[in-house]
Design a protein around this ligand. Structure first.
Ligand SMILES: [Zn+2]
Length: 484
């Protein structure tokens, strides 16, 4: 197969293509199981294979993909034909940033491949979790597991040849109940791995049991809790909501294709402009954010992106100043050309596609925030006069250019004069992105830092779902409107 791919790449180059690449997926497998109130609601397995081909001809892309690889030559011809037609309409000729020629293999770290674990063992595991969540006060209990395993061979006309084998596992437990007004409340636990691996070895019943007991207890507290006050106060965001704040108002806002206007039709744009790099005060000096695709135990680390560029650890916001974007080979060249100066030095290695039959676009890697020097959660609480601790994503609404947001959280705990007092329900907060990040007044230390996963980030048209992570500390923001 690799021989055929290389021969076809050479043939298409001779026909005038300036760049050709191929992503051949020998397999991509998924396995999902959901237990709902003691019943196995879903147990599905899927496997697909195929190849996707990109051809660059006179500054325009052509693409073709198929799961039927019996006539590879025709697939390359189709991609070239598509590029030739697109070249007649091109408005901004595509140029690709320089990259290293790489011949390498990447395997995501895991000790026990979840695809070698029997269905029986997985179902029994979910039954155990369901038992932990069972309580008279809980009306719905849901536990799930999702696994992905894929093998991708990347070959391009510049001489790169990369093989990736990636295994991911995700799991959530959730409990729900209605209060006396019929309003549904929920608490969730998402598996986040402390170990350096991503396999079945992370499925530790003791970890799930401890967290099941906690979320059931917190759901019961919510049932008896008063409403969240409507006022202005400090918010202390725990990882279960801090990850989403980072995802929606730093991650998506800093995707370079969005900044250049390419996602307006579906995913939306960004308030960030090319003039902002190096000057915009995005947050307080306590904020350093990065796109770090080198975190070992996270799905935002994949060795090499779908341009064949090695994973990087790039600073996006340096002590509050915007300095970088989530980028691939094409968009950095276009951004520099439009800005008439070199803002970006080469690709950020973040071009990814969801499957062999989609073209890669700029996607988040692990969008992380550096831990700070404001101590533990208890330290931060003790220095908060009037605040609320928030956790869990319940609802979210974000401006299409990511300039404002409103989040509903699962639970809140009021803080008065340096003490955590009691639980409140229907807790929400809102703000303007830049003003909010500039109000960042405390960043927890490494002990509060945790990698949280996003298994279903959507972007692109047609929609592409991708997996990533957010390594984040506990953070406090001041003068925030809550309860509205
Ligand atoms: Zn997303």
């Amino acid at each position: 197969m690799l021989d055929q791919i290389k021969k076809n790449i050479q043939r298409i180059q001779k026909l005038g293509a300036t760049y050709v690449d191929t992503r051949w997926y020998p397999y991509e497998e998924t396995n999902s199981l959901t237990m709902w109130n003691g019943n196995l609601k879903d147990a599905s397995a899927r496997i697909e294979s195929g190849a996707g081909i990109r051809v660059l001809y006179k500054g325009a892309w052509g693409f073709s993909a198929s799961s039927d690889l019996s006539n590879m030559g025709a697939m390359y011809d189709r991609a070239l034909d598509n590029a030739r037609i697109a070249a007649e309409r091109v408005t901004f000729p595509v140029r690709l940033a320089e990259k290293d020629i790489i011949q390498a293999k990447f395997t995501s770290p895991n000790k026990i491949d979840p695809f070698t674990v029997s269905l029986n063992e997985k179902v029994n595991f979910l039954k155990e979790l369901d038992g932990y969540l069972k309580d008279d006060a809980v009306s719905q209990r849901i536990s799930d597991m999702n696994f992905i395993r894929k093998n991708i061979c990347f070959v391009d006309s510049e001489g790169s040849e990369i093989e990736k084998t990636i295994v991911e596992s995700f799991s959530t437990m959730q409990v729900m109940s209605q209060d006396e007004h019929g309003v549904t409340h929920e608490r969730k636990f998402r598996l986040h791995k402390q170990a350096e691996t991503r396999g079945w070895e992370n499925y530790d019943l003791a970890v799930f049991k401890e967290n099941a007991e906690r979320i059931v207890r917190e759901l019961k507290e919510l049932m008896a809790a008063p409403e969240c006050p409507k006022d202005e106060r400090s918010v202390i965001l725990l990882p279960g909501i801090m990850y989403l704040q980072t995802h929606e108002t730093i991650g998506h806002a800093l995707e370079l294709d969005r900044i250049l206007g390419y996602e307006l039709a579906f995913a939306g744009g960004s308030f960030v402009t090319l003039k902002d790099f190096g000057t915009l005060r995005y947050g307080s000096p306590k904020l350093t954010a990065r796109a770090d695709a080198t975190v070992p135990n996270s799905p935002g680390s994949f060795g090499f992106d779908d341009d064949g560029v090695a994973c990087q650890n790039n600073v996006l916001i340096d002590k509050g100043i915007l300095v970088g974007a989530i980028s691939g080979r094409q968009m950095v060249e276009e951004a520099n050309a439009r800005a008439k100066k070199e803002i970006f030095k080469g690709s950020g290695g973040a071009n990814r596609s969801t499957a062999f039959y989609r073209v890669p676009i700029e996607r988040m890697t692990n969008i992380n925030i550096d831990p700070g020097d404001d101590g533990t959660l208890e330290d931060i609480i003790s220095k908060t006069e009037k605040g609320i601790i928030l956790d869990g994503d319940r609802s979210w609404s974000i401006g299409s250019n990511r300039e404002q947001f409103h989040f509903g959280t699962e639970i809140g705990w009021l803080v008065e004069d340096g003490r955590k007092t009691h639980v409140v329900k229907n807790s929400t907060y809102k703000g303007d992105t830049i003003k909010f990040w500039n109000s960042l007044s405390a960043v927890g230390d490494k002990s509060t830092w945790q990698v949280n996963y996003v298994s279903n980030c959507g972007k692109g048209q047609p929609n592409q779902i991708i997996q990533l992570g957010h390594g984040i500390p506990i953070c406090r923001f001041d003068h925030v409107l809550v309860g509205e």
